[in-house]
Design a binder for this molecule. Structure first.
Ligand code: ADP
Ligand code: 5GP
Length: 202
């Protein structure tokens, strides 16, 4: 069995990444979301071990110090620590699933050094629209919105290092674009198990 794809999806906060991923993962079988560890406090409605493993700083540091089996990548984002555990990714990939990593640009760079991910950057149509969406979501304080908009500029500057770029203007189109990218990557010759590479005659 071929190991599953490692799909890295990054976007400035508030761009619509969660909304897009939710729809694609509902429509496309075989995709598993890698649940990250974070020191951030849960937002209303967020469930431990479903949206994140919400941990104290000490627990996060202990996993981080357990290299190379602790985190595949980790980073400080918007003042909190986030990391992808090696165990989580290996378990899903080993079962033949395609694993989605919803991680920031620093994490994406670390994953590229250790694995062969398919990297996808989701961009907002404009910074003004990003701000509208962040405010519309109603989850962030003024300080948090300012921090996220400032970080968005830096993240957008890294978008050229990704394999694919999706501009999330019309939600339906963005969902269809991500779905198409994943379907196409699944058909790549080098990813298919040997037996499926040959078209047999007769
Ligand atoms: P992220 O996961 O990137 O932080 P969310 O998925 O939480 O972003 O989306 C932020 C807000 O923007 C949500 O209120 C969502 O409904 C809205 N949104 C997402 N995509 C679009 C779009 N294409 N057009 C308008 N609003 C959108
Ligand atoms: P949020 O706090 O809004 O859920 O996420 C903030 C940012 O942290 C997003 O850009 C998200 O992609 C990123 N993030 C979430 N999990 C991880 C992770 O495990 N590693 C890294 N590097 N970034 C992450």
């Amino acid at each position: 069995m071929a190991a599953g794809l490692l799909l890295v999806v990054s976007a400035p906060s508030g761009c619509g990444k969660t909304t897009i991923l939710k729809q694609v993962m509902r429509d496309l079988p075989g995709l598993v979301f890698s649940v990250s560890h974070t020191t951030r406090k849960p937002r209303p409605g967020e469930i431990d071990r479903v949206h994140y493993h919400f941990v104290e700083t000490e627990v996060f540091s202990a996993i981080r110090n357990r290299q190379p089996t602790g985190f595949l990548e980790w980073a400080e984002v918007h003042g909190n620590m986030y990391g992808t555990s090696v165990e989580e990714v290996e378990r899903h990939q080993g079962a033949g699933h395609d694993v989605v990593l919803d991680i920031d640009v620093q994490g994406a760079a670390q994953v590229r050094q250790q694995a062969e991910p398919v990297t996808i950057f989701i961009a907002p149509p404009s910074l003004a629209e990003l701000e509208r969406r962040l405010r519309g979501r109603g989850t962030e304080s003024e300080a948090s919105i300012a921090l996220r908009l400032n970080n968005a500029r830096k993240e957008l500057a890294c978008s050229g290092t990704y394999d694919y770029l999706i501009v999330n203007d019309q939600l339906d189109q963005a969902v269809e674009n991500l779905r198409s990218i994943i379907v196409a990557e699944r058909c790549r010759q080098r990813r298919l198990p040997d037996g499926q590479r040959v078209i047999r005659s007769g």
